[in-house]
Design a protein around this ligand. Structure first.
Ligand SMILES: Nc1ncnc2c1ncn2[C@@H]1O[C@H](COP(=O)(O)OP(=O)(O)O)[C@@H](O)[C@H]1O
Ligand SMILES: [Mg+2]
Length: 216
């Protein structure tokens, strides 16, 4: 059964009709890569998929639930339960250590377990950086910290917006390996990227152009 399904999804802003009727579905445990030029609407789509924004028209089913018309409170609850979000900009708290950044995220999910935080940081190879500040980490390490943070609620679905966009090739490879490992653990992944080499790791790839999905 599909864990994510959108039908006839549109997004209009005041001056722009950005998404013009998208249709796709994704089965559980699959990795979908979304590519498209800058300004094509990828982040707009991810914001809708992560329930941070609403579509202007169309339907969105998440894990079998039609979330299109739910209240903000319900959407927030579903997001917290099911979704891990990874951004290109890291949005780390600069005066908190690596461990504290993860524990603050735990706090939002109402469970503060230092050992769980450490386990997740181990998973992304940051166990030897627990006391460092974000500014004392490389770009690749900061992105791994963001991935760790997105995993604390054990989400089934990971949504990532250009997670390697700010990284050099070597760090991009490390992050790629983490995503591959997460897929092997059964996570469903939607990954937006400019990078065709990264995109081709997906089980499926869609390209957005002029507000529509095109086959390339
Ligand atoms: N909040 C907003 N208000 C108005 N226009 C927006 C807003 N967010 C995005 N857009 C417009 O939507 C288009 C797609 O943007 P975006 O989804 O960020 O593209 P991408 O992530 O593919 O680079 C752009 O033309 C952008 O200016
Ligand atoms: Mg974008």
């Amino acid at each position: 059964m599909s864990i994510i399904k959108v039908s006839n999804l549109h997004k209009r802003f005041d001056k722009a009709h950005v998404l013009k009727g998208l249709n796709f579905e994704l089965n559980k445990g699959r990795w979908l890569s979304i590519v498209g030029k800058s300004g094509s609407g990828k982040t707009t789509l991810l914001n809708i998929l992560s329930l941070l924004d609403n579509a202007s028209e169309g339907e969105y089913f998440l894990d079998g639930i039609n979330v299109t018309h739910l209240s903000e409170a319900d959407k927030q609850r579903i997001r917290r339960e099911k979704i891990g979000l990874i951004f290109q900009q890291f949005h780390l708290i600069p005066y908190l250590s690596v461990l504290e950044n993860v524990m603050l995220a735990q706090y939002y999910h109402s469970s503060i377990e230092e050992n769980d935080a450490k386990k997740i940081l181990d998973k992304v190879g940051l166990l030897d950086r627990l006391e460092h500040l974000p500014s004392e980490l490389s770009g690749g390490q900061q992105q791994r910290l963001c991935i760790a943070r997105s995993l604390i609620n054990n989400p089934n679905i990971l949504l990532a917006d250009e997670p390697t966009g700010n990284l050099d090739e070597e760090n991009g490879e490390i992050v790629l390996d983490i995503f591959k490992k997460l897929r092997s653990e059964g996570k469903t992944i939607i990954l937006i990227t400019h990078n065709p080499d990264l995109a081709k790791n997906g089980d499926e790839i869609i390209t957005i152009k002029d507000g529509l999905i095109v086959n390339e």
